[in-house]
Ligand binder design. Sequence first.
Ligand code: DI6
Ligand code: FE
Length: 407
Amino acid sequence: MSEIASHEVWTGARLATMTGEAPYGLIDDGAMVVRGAEIVWTGPRTSLPPISSAARVRDVDGRCITPGFVDCHTHVVYAGDRAREFELHLRGADYAEIARSGGGILSTVRATRAASEAELAAAADVRVTAMCRDGTTTLEVKSGYGLDLETELRMLRVARALPGRHRLRVRTTYLGLHALDPQWPTADAYVDYVCTEVLPQVAAEGLADAVDAFCESIAFSAAQVARFFDAARALGLAVKLHADQLTANGGAALAARYGALSADHLEHATHADLEALAAAGTVAVILPGAFYYLRETKVPPIAALRELGVPMALATDSNPGTSPLTSPLLAMNLACTLFGLTPDEALRGFTIHGARALGLSPTIGTLAPGRKADFTVWDADHPAQLVAGIGANPGATVVVAGRTQED
Ligand code: DI6
Ligand code: FE
């Protein structure tokens, strides 16, 4: 191979490439060459091709390098907080009861509608700063706390502007069917409004990469979501779905029928639903934060997903009501302790499969030639250490598009 006219050569690294079948796709004593914003070579240090003398060599002294984390399901843009509801929940009120009595999503809707674009951005900044510190380099952000045209557009604009202040990539999702706005006489009337007035405007302004809905007994039916998905598909938008989280309601089957990028939660999905996901190539997104916070008891069907070969992504579901969680490290630990994922599966969930759940595979999510140079050098010598701690960050140098914070 000819000499690499490169800028950065990372050596002395234990590379968790997340490619192939071997645990973590590990390369001990590895090296990685980065040119500009792209990875151009990875492998054992001893096979490193001749390097130009102009290259900058960075020896990381046995540290482990992972791909940047992809948090593929968050609601990180919102105003207000729901600590009062947490108190009620601990005293025995369940999530559905709180929602029916005007709390829940609607209480965050009231606070978000009242917040200016600058206030919403400032609130999101605090959370996104914490996420970046713990290794997140790509973030999906959903709207859904506005319900009306103006606030939904404001949320999406705030999400789209995050990379101007934080070093990360953002994908935005219009969560059109999240809760029923009480000003509408029926859910169907609200679905009509969303499909004919909000969705076309979101698409016209290019503010969303995908759409999502909350398919649940306390939210929207599979038939209502199908109408929304038809409208989204006609506008060329990808679909994702909150499916079978609290009850079995046909969500995962619907997601599969529409070739969704992902079906998320899945605690109550049936085996037939999972077979449909496998056949459709839809990613299952596992969200242990919400399970933990709501003190649920029905775990998602991990063994069946594994058996059927459905890729499992993992995400924080960062939101004020069911998962006020920003740390991918803690989410990975919870997925292992509560759901029995292996640390290898947890890391794949936040890298290669998270990327796939956003339609960004293979551009990001692994350490391999041709991928974006989004990665983290950890003050840890093995990737399992990142998952074994209870959200403990051992120290991290986060690189996005080939650049560290200091570059
Ligand atoms: N994602 C959601 O959108 C809902 N549950 C979930 O996991 C509720 C979010 C909220 O209560 O604000
Ligand atoms: Fe969610």
